[in-house]
Design a protein around this ligand. Structure first.
Ligand SMILES: [Zn+2]
Length: 496
């Protein structure tokens, strides 16, 4: 689409846009759509040191919390987040009381503990008080987006720790994944979280890149209470909802992250897909497009359950957003208002393709995690290829259109396995990781046959559910199922 058309659809003056948004506008100008937005770029944060082994007395253990099991991950040892949020809507401010109950996952004694505080990248985070084991505690330091807490005593392997943080979030107005715009609050990457711990590698923490996402998450259990100062606010969040006198509480077990939104003017539409309730929250002027997005998500959910295995959550919620493109979270995703505004009554558009793409992230991000900074293709190429499967199965007459619109009209280059630090601009990043990634998987299918590829994807989803999978894991399973040698294809698409 012409650049002018793209620019005219945006409500925000260029000066109001973050670097990330500018990159994504450039992306949109090339009509290379891509969901899964990154947090704003910032100066790299050094990763905290990997904890050293130590032997001292464990802290008096807090009992491991009860949590509802999900079909795909045992709850034992999962962190538990209790988040109580006062929403001061017109002031664009959240006051948060957070309890984080965790067990030491490292197999070593821990002297210090890292929490990732992504809200610091947009200068939104103001810490009031930290309490460790119920006692006020000041032994912590921030380095960019990482808060390292020096623990009062060494935390033994598998011992539990009870942290409480009181903080305020002053939400930026610039449209982004953590922001308060004219239409709504977007709350993604908003609370301090415990990063995944990978045996042999340590804490999985990466600095932001200029493109893509750099955060990875381990499954946890969430209980989030949203208390708006305006009873007219529509609260939009994943999980089981319990309405309170003022506000609502949402319970989401076995999720990597918890994102939500709130705004004064939304309508909602409901569907059900293979027994899973699906809800879309839409701007009132976009009801028809909202129905289309809802139907796409519901259809994609049923299809991907059939192709990839069980959906990992009990419901799915999608929310129209006033930041570019979209963002996946667990049982939840944001989708750009521009796609709704441009909806043309057909399935030949980004609204449909990206709604299917974001739904696929419930398998390739939520069910199976990956290192989003170093191996972003593992979720993004799979989700782009999943779009193709959606069109092939549900709209077979539009498959040629999908290839042309989404992939073939672009001059593609770049390694599929590029890290977010390898490519300094968003367009080359999307071409390499998403679009060449989809071509790679399609070529794998040609070589192995669809039955073998889908069997491998189901196996990958099942074996790595709840974990952080690597390219090595993916190829090990693919090789088990593939009657063909994939070496030449890998040499063509991947780094030498
Ligand atoms: Zn994506």
């Amino acid at each position: 689409m012409p650049t002018t058309e793209v620019q005219s659809r945006r409500e925000y003056p260029p000066g109001a846009l973050s670097l990330r948004c500018l990159m994504q506008r450039a992306l949109a100008a090339f009509a290379l759509l891509l969901a899964a937005c990154a947090a704003p770029a910032g100066a790299p944060a050094p990763a905290p040191a990997i904890p050293t082994a130590a032997r001292l007395e464990p802290l008096s253990a807090t009992p491991t919390p009860e949590a509802s099991p999900t079909p795909w991950d045992a709850p034992e040892g999962r962190p538990r987040y209790l988040l109580d949020v006062d929403i001061h809507y017109s002031a664009a401010r959240l006051d948060v009381r957070q309890t984080l109950i965790l067990t030491n996952p490292t197999g070593m004694g821990l002297r210090q503990l890292p929490l990732v505080v992504a809200a610091r990248w947009v200068d939104a985070f103001e810490l009031g008080e930290l309490r460790v084991g119920g006692q006020p505690w000041t032994q912590y330091a921030f380095s960019q987006g990482v808060m390292t807490i020096a623990l009062p005593e060494v935390l033994a392997p598998d011992a539990a720790l009870h942290l409480e943080l009181d903080y305020a979030l002053r939400l930026p107005e610039n449209p982004g994944v953590l922001s308060a715009t004219r239409r709504q609050i977007h709350a993604a990457n908003w609370y301090p979280y415990l990063p995944p711990y990978l045996p042999g590698r340590g804490w999985l923490i990466h600095p932001p890149g200029l493109v893509g996402e750099h955060l990875s998450f381990a499954p946890a259990d969430f209980e989030v209470t949203l208390r708006p100062d305006d009873p007219g606010l529509v609260l939009m969040a994943p999980g089981a909802r319990q309405d309170l006198d003022a506000g609502a509480r949402f319970t989401l077990p076995g999720a990597r992250a918890f994102a939500w939104s709130a705004g004064p003017a939304f309508l909602w539409l409901d569907a059900e897909s293979a027994g899973i309730p699906v809800r879309a929250y839409i701007y009132p002027e976009h009801a028809q497009a909202g129905q289309a997005a809802l139907e796409t998500a519901a259809g994609a959910l049923a299809l991907y359950q059939e192709l990839f295995g069980p959906y990992p959550h009990a419901s799915l919620t999608l929310v129209e957003a006033s930041f570019p493109d979209g963002l996946e979270s667990d049982a939840f995703f944001f989708l750009d208002q521009a796609y709704f505004a441009e909806y043309d009554g057909t399935v030949r558009n980004y609204l449909t393709a990206i709604a299917a793409h974001e739904t696929a992230h419930q398998w390739w991000y939520s069910r199976v995690g990956n290192d989003q900074a170093l191996e972003p293709w593992l979720d993004e190429a799979l989700c782009t290829f999943s779009e193709l499967l959606f069109y092939e199965r549900l709209h077979p007459s539009q498959v040629e259109w999908w290839w042309q619109f989404r992939v073939d009209r672009f001059n593609l280059e770049g390694y599929v396995d590029s890290a977010i630090y390898d490519l300094p601009e968003f367009v080359p990043y999307v071409k390499a990781v998403y679009l060449r990634g989809a071509r790679f998987l399609n070529d794998v299918r040609k070589l192995t046959g669809e039955r073998a590829l889908l069997a491998a994807l189901r196996d990958y989803a099942a074996r790595h559910a709840g974990g952080i999978a690597s390219a090595e894991d993916f190829f090990a399973i693919l090789d088990e199922h593939s009657p063909a040698d994939l070496a030449n294809l890998r040499a063509y698409y991947f780094k030498p």
